[in-house]
Design a protein around this ligand. Structure first.
Ligand SMILES: C[S@@+](CC[C@H](N)C(=O)[O-])C[C@H]1O[C@@H](n2cnc3c(N)ncnc32)[C@H](O)[C@@H]1O
Length: 451
């Protein structure tokens, strides 16, 4: 993008007055300048603002709110003093009821525009009574100097180090503070300091236990003494692991290696308890995760003669409660750690009617369809990129009377629902659930029935 782009008379660096009227995926507020959409970070629908333009494309522009001329009635004071610089939250300046309204609107918009399904009714988002301290899994980033851990700065690789983060489990915050204190004592060498990149913490709401994992360049010696001191100082920490990563900004790290204690956490959704390893996916917000799981169970309406397939089954959080009601159940999961936990959870739940496949859903599900396996209920809970056409088609080929699609991205939800609709299913219900208060992220469950 060049500085001389002037679409709709806009230029990078220019400041324009704008009325903001909606919010978009990614968290920006949207207004129009001479008919052109302008996405403005840190805006709130209903605001009159001045926006500094940072990007001009052929059909839209981007900018940052520089001054609120007249605030929206939905504007509130952010709780965190680092809001606006920290990359964690995008919507702390918007009242919680308004956040919930706008999350449902994001889903509605995607269904209409991407899914071409304007007729689907999207009901109001299920929110939290107290939308703070909800995150049970966190990745902290090591700050440049010393051993402070924080969060990635908005649009940067640097870290912001808040004294306290209001959306984390308080126990995770205690682990962060304790390690910032312990590490300088056990790792004196400046090279050691530079070797620590990240701290991951899993904090269980079920039994107030935590697991800490240090992501480092190689495997520094001091990690062992750090682990011992951490477990002595914060007795709720029952395990410490380490993982290797090449450079601070690498996308992937090695699998977790146990340093001290026990690597597993026990997590709970409703009545169901699950073993979760450091590398396995588990719902970041287990309180809302319990509501999601209850909704999946209710809408699945499993009968005792049913065969259930839970693709993307993780450690079995949806699979096991459904298997309890079904004749038999199949779980599919590609991640080695999660499938190991799923096996352990199947044993702990004493379920003999569950078969687990380790593999990619896009390979396993078409194979099952090819073998003419029939299912009555299929649950799809893919990662953000969604299922894609191959998986949706294979799910439809199994002939289930219901397909439940759980999604954490409105665009891929809409695309996948379109594919299911094109393969003989109708979307009957759609419920957004707020798993990530104060961020733009929205989870949704869709119930599809065979026509
Ligand atoms: C959003 S999580 C859902 C897990 C589970 N439903 C839960 O609530 O705990 C998605 C899961 O799918 C797994 N996964 C991602 N891509 C996959 C693929 N192509 N095939 C199979 N599993 C996949 C991930 O490892 C993760 O466990």
């Amino acid at each position: 993008m060049s500085d001389t782009d002037t679409s709709a008379g806009l230029t990078v660096g220019q400041t324009v007055p704008l009325h903001l009227d909606s919010l978009a995926v990614g968290g920006e507020a949207v207004g129009r300048h001479e008919g052109m959409a302008v996405f403005a970070m840190w805006g709130c629908p209903g605001d009159e603002v001045e926006v500094e333009i940072t990007e001009v494309a052929a059909r839209f522009a981007r900018g940052v709110v520089k001054r609120v001329v007249s605030p929206s009635p939905d504007r509130v004071e952010p709780k965190c003093p680092h809001f606006g610089e920290c990359g964690g939250c995008q919507w702390q300046h918007i009242s919680y009821p308004a956040q919930l309204r706008h999350k449902a609107a994001l889903v509605r918009e995607a269904l209409t525009r991407i899914g071409r399904l304007p007729e689907v009714e999207v009901v109001e988002t299920v929110g939290m009574e107290r939308p703070w301290g909800y995150r049970g899994r966190t990745v902290y980033r090591a700050a440049g100097e010393g051993f402070a851990f924080g969060f990635t700065r908005h649009h940067s690789h640097d870290a912001v180090v808040p004294a306290q983060c209001p959306i984390q489990h308080p126990l995770a915050e205690r682990v962060r503070a304790a390690l910032a204190d312990i590490l300088p004592r056990v790792a004196g060498d400046p090279a050691d300091r530079a070797a620590v990149y990240k701290l991951e913490v899993g904090a269980s709401f079920a039994d107030e236990r935590a697991m800490a994992l240090l992501v480092c360049e190689g495997r520094p010696e001091f990690v062992i003494s750090a682990a011992k001191e951490l477990m002595a100082e914060v007795p709720e920490v029952t395990g410490v692991c380490a993982a290797r990563q090449r450079g601070p900004n690498a996308k992937r790290r090695s699998p977790a290696e146990l340093v001290a204690g026990n690597p597993y956490l026990t997590e709970q959704l409703g009545e169901g308890r699950y073993r979760v390893s450091p590398d396995s996916f588990f719902q970041v917000n287990p309180r809302q995760g319990a509501r999601l799981a209850a909704l999946v169970e209710e809408w699945a309406g499993v009968k005792e003669t049913d065969v259930v397939v839970d693709a993307y089954c993780g450690v079995g959080a949806f699979l096991l409660p459904l298997a309890r009601r079904a004749k038999s159940a199949i779980g599919i999961e590609s991640d080695e750690s999660a499938i190991g936990d799923a096996r352990a959870n199947v044993r702990a739940w004493r379920r003999r009617n569950v078969k687990l496949y380790r593999g990619r859903v896009e390979h396993v599900l078409p194979r099952l369809a090819h073998r003419e396996v029939q299912a009555d209920i299929v649950v799809l809970d893919p990662p953000r990129k969604g299922c894609g056409a191959i998986v949706c088609e294979a799910a439809a080929k199994l002939g289930p009377r219901r397909i439940l699609l759980v999604s954490c991205h409105p665009a891929t939800l809409a695309r996948d629902l379109r594919t299911l609709t094109d393969h003989g299913y109708a979307v009957r219900r759609l419920q957004p659930v707020d798993m990530f208060p104060h961020t733009w992220h929205v989870e949704a469950v869709a119930l599809c029935e065979r026509l």
